[in-house]
Design a protein around this ligand. Structure first.
Ligand code: XMP
Length: 517
């Protein structure tokens, strides 16, 4: 892989993603890894990411200097650019000219790295220190008002770096910089694609599972759907999928799983009808954490029940128990739970509907190395229907945490209808790619006065919560065009009798979370 060194900010994952977009498989590695650990992962190239510290501060995140002697091409970004400078004999100094945000860049000497790029361009900067002397053998390529040395390269050593952040979209030719480095300076071929991932994973799953039985819980979401499809591609009918209908799903989701998904994949599916159990357990509960606990517990019970039935059947038939459980774990979860570099773990609740830990299965996790958009690309490649592949993230506890107040069948029905309208209109307006997800939240205990036709109404409000995000850790509210908002509002208030008001949530994350509960 191309290894992206994490110096403790959130840049590393984004860089890893951009490198994959450039057609090379990449992984994140902590800066504390030794040179031997770097070497053991057989890197094709190493990219040093940005970080929040100053290289000259005591205790600033460092890098084993031996990494520079591995003979591997190295690219430095921001903090990584400065680490490269000081490690190879250059210098970094604190300047008074802090640059933050969009900054004009002048290319003084394009070299290989900036060849073919405009002489003047806008890049995105975030630094207080600057490289004050380039290491010997390096050519300086560009300057900004705040730093004379904004980029350098040494082609003989296959090293280069930039002070700006090429991975963010605000840097005009950022992706081109990364691609040029990988292709022209590092000399790598860019041929990592969905097909190659599928072939590799299918082989790996076959090796892991052999001729044993496998079980997978389908949530209706993208990750479990694609994970199951990959496993099915690898071991066919050794896989059984279990879908628990807890009654907290959105309109048509059960159908999407039971019909569309089964038709396009041919997987064997067992549906557990658990609506009454779940709603019974949720009766009278309005505390969000309490709801999550109940749903998690009931889910595990339902899943265990289905698994036990399957085991019993299998024992009578082929005489073989189920040994493997498929999980749709993604790469960001792996980095966040194992990275240990101080990123707060806010996501422990994200596997509700996933892991009954006391079941003794070995895990099959074919998506562990992938980002969400790559999972979608693989799903398409495997022929999954677009309604499933392009589905926006949906929380395990479902609509239960989008009803503020007690969850009842009637309230679920109201919310389901409003949600279906919002989704249909956002899709029709072509906004699905721009919007990460758009929770519709029913304020079930709030009523307000309205007027409709010639009568007074006293109904509930729903909140639209469209957000844009790269990974759900941070988000901004999406600027949905007024016309689209108007259409959604009109349709919901006309078509869903119990709702007489539609409001828009204009809070970013932080401070708001994406969901209301
Ligand atoms: P928040 O509300 O924490 O949501 O900003 C971040 C992302 O996580 C989803 N989410 C959940 N997913 N179980 C899940 O499986 C949960 O309990 C849960 N709570 C939030 C949310 O939809 C968003 O994508």
């Amino acid at each position: 892989p191309v290894l992206v060194v994490d110096f403790g900010a959130q840049y590393a994952q984004l860089i890893a993603r951009r490198i994959r977009e450039a057609g090379l498989y990449s992984e994140v590695i902590p800066h504390s890894a030794s040179a031997a650990e770097f070497a053991a992962r057989k890197p094709l190239a190493i990219v040093l990411s940005g970080g929040p510290s100053s290289v000259n501060e005591p205790g600033a995140p460092a890098l084993d200097l031996g990494v520079f002697d591995l003979g591997v091409p190295i690219f430095g970004i921001c903090y990584g650019f400065q680490i490269m400078a000081t490690s190879l004999g250059g210098a970094v100094a604190r300047t008074d000219k802090r640059e933050y945000g969009s900054t004009p860049l002048t290319v003084t000497q394009p070299g290989a790295l900036l060849a073919g790029q405009p002489g003047e361009q806008t890049v995105w900067m975030s630094h207080g220190d600057s490289v004050s002397r380039a290491p010997e053998g390096f050519t300086v390529l560009a300057t900004t008002p705040g730093t004379e040395i904004a980029a350098f390269e040494d082609r003989a050593r296959r090293c280069a770096g930039v002070q700006w952040h090429p991975e963010v979209l605000h840097s005009e030719h950022g992706q081109q910089v990364l691609e040029t480095f990988l292709r022209d300076i590092a000399g790598l071929s860019t041929d990592w694609t969905s097909e190659s991932v599928i072939a590799e994973q299918v082989a790996r799953i076959r090796e892991q599972v052999g001729d044993k039985q496998v079980i997978c819980g389908l949530s209706g979401g993208v990750d479990s759907a694609v994970a199951a499809a990959l496993v099915h591609e690898a071991v066919g009918d050794q896989l059984t999928c279990v879908f628990v209908d807890h009654g907290l799903l959105r309109q048509d989701e059960r159908k999407q799983v039971e019909e569309d998904y089964v038709q396009s994949t041919g997987v064997r599916l067992v549906t557990v009808d658990a609506v009454d159990t779940f709603l019974g357990a949720l009766a009278g509960v309005s505390d969000p954490e309490e709801k999550r606990k109940i749903i998690g517990r009931e889910f595990i019970r339902a899943f265990e029940g289905a698994a036990a039935d399957l085991v019993a059947e299998a024992a009578e038939g082929a005489g073989e128990a189920i040994e493997f459980l498929v999980q749709g774990t993604l790469y960001p979860d792996v980095v966040e739970s194992g990275g240990g570099s101080g990123t707060a773990n806010i996501k422990s609740h994200h596997n509700v509907g996933g892991l009954p830990d006391d079941l003794t299965f070995a895990l099959v996790e074919p998506l562990r190395a992938l980002f969400k958009d790559e999972v979608r690309a693989i799903g398409r490649e495997l022929g999954l229907p677009e309604v499933i592949v392009s589905r926006q993230p949906f929380p395990g506890p479902g609509l239960a945490i989008r009803i503020i107040g007690e969850v009842t069948e009637e309230r679920l029905d109201i919310l389901r209808r409003a949600d279906a309208i919002a989704r249909a209109e956002l899709t029709a307006a072509g906004l699905d790619a721009e919007i990460w997800q758009c929770p519709v939240v029913l304020l079930a205990d709030v009523r307000s006065v309205g007027v409709q036709g010639d009568g007074r109404t006293y109904g509930h409000p729903v909140v639209l919560r469209p957000v844009s995000s790269e990974d759900a850790m941070t988000a901004d509210w999406t600027r949905v065009p007024y016309d689209t908002l108007a259409r959604i509002s009109n349709r919901i208030t006309n078509e869903v009798d119990e709702i007489n008001r539609v409001v828009l949530d204009v809070t970013s994350k932080p401070p708001g979370t994406i969901e209301w509960e």
